[in-house]
Design a binder for this molecule. Sequence first.
Ligand SMILES: Cc1cc2nc3c(=O)[nH]c(=O)nc-3n(C[C@H](O)[C@H](O)[C@H](O)COP(=O)(O)OP(=O)(O)OC[C@H]3O[C@@H](n4cnc5c(N)ncnc54)[C@H](O)[C@@H]3O)c2cc1C
Length: 369
Amino acid sequence: MKPQSETELAELIREANGPLRVHGGGTRPVGRPAAATPLDISGLSGITLYEPGALTLVVAAGTSLAEVEAALAAEGQRLAFEPADWRGLLGTSGEPTIGGMVAANISGPRRIQAGACRDALLGVRFVDGTGAVVKNGGRVMKNVTGYDLVKLMAGSWGTLGVLTEVALKVLPAPEATATLILNIHPVKDVVAALSAALGSPFDVTGAAYLPDTGVLVRIEGFSGSVTYRAGRLAETLGRFGPVEIDHEPAHNFELWRRVATAAPFHNEPGNVWRISVKPSDAPGIVARLGCPVMLDWGGGLIWALAAQGRDVRSEIGPFEGHATLVRADGATRAKLSVFHPEPAPIAAISAGLRERFDPKGIFNPGIMG
Ligand SMILES: Cc1cc2nc3c(=O)[nH]c(=O)nc-3n(C[C@H](O)[C@H](O)[C@H](O)COP(=O)(O)OP(=O)(O)OC[C@H]3O[C@@H](n4cnc5c(N)ncnc54)[C@H](O)[C@@H]3O)c2cc1C
């Protein structure tokens, strides 16, 4: 089913009496496959309103991310939460959409400074499980009365409603970018260097580790300021080892694209886990993992390339955070959930929300399992 309008979509949902698999570009591998009718939202496409002066973008949910990024780039603007193209990592094809981006609440390396998709979301329109059209939020920040459904829809993975339109805050793209590179690899030293960078007053917008490069720290802004801050930060980080400062735009873009898309793991056999932790816990958890890793968010995000079949969650034992199974072979996906199991009280609230927003239980059955 591929509705061409919100009204048609609402009608389809009102009449639906069986499970629906909501998708935009379909670039995310489906969780445990459940017999559901595909509901393709890419027919609801187009930029509804774009006011560069007001830093505001309103767009239909089925619009491709590529179309939006091109329109923003033409005005020297961007989505600050740095959405990345995971098709290489996931081995999927298709055109990622804005609705899929919001439903997954995606974010990239700049999350540490700019927040995630949820934090740039100003307003939403969606159709709930009864076929009712719900509008919440608006086109400016702080426009939410009552419960903030805008934030609730970000990261709901199509289980509470089908997004038809979203309003986003966009930001200017920087004049210059520089990356400080330190060829250090022991995880304890890597996390110490990243924490020192994030604790500095130099407004770091990326703090990551690539196994084939070392520690990466990004500075963005006006070129004079970038040169000054990068120089000062290099002095601060000098105690960890020699610091190279890379000002070359194309090289900077490539480095952070590799971080955002976990490029080192693209063509490597194995399952990919994304583990959110306290940076100070990262060295211990990496030691327990004993497999290739890369780090982002100053060590708060561990990407792990684990052998197929490994239950990384139970192996690393209890920890503060959550482990998401992003890419897996069929057998592992059949036995392990994609998302970290929620503690019982949270799971009860989540089930209650799904029941309220989707009383027929038709949206993406099993996707959160
Ligand atoms: C576990 C996991 C975590 C991810 N985290 C990130 C990340 O942090 N950063 C990043 O850049 N990429 C991330 N991705 C990749 C991300 O899923 C895709 O980039 C993005 O969702 C692609 O959009 P799409 O249109 O192809 O979505 P699809 O693959 O079509 O759908 C993705 C999800 O969004 C839902 N959905 C799609 N359209 C709508 C809509 N209109 N209304 C309601 N729900 C909808 C689907 O039901 C599905 O649950 C992640 C993928 C996975 C598997």
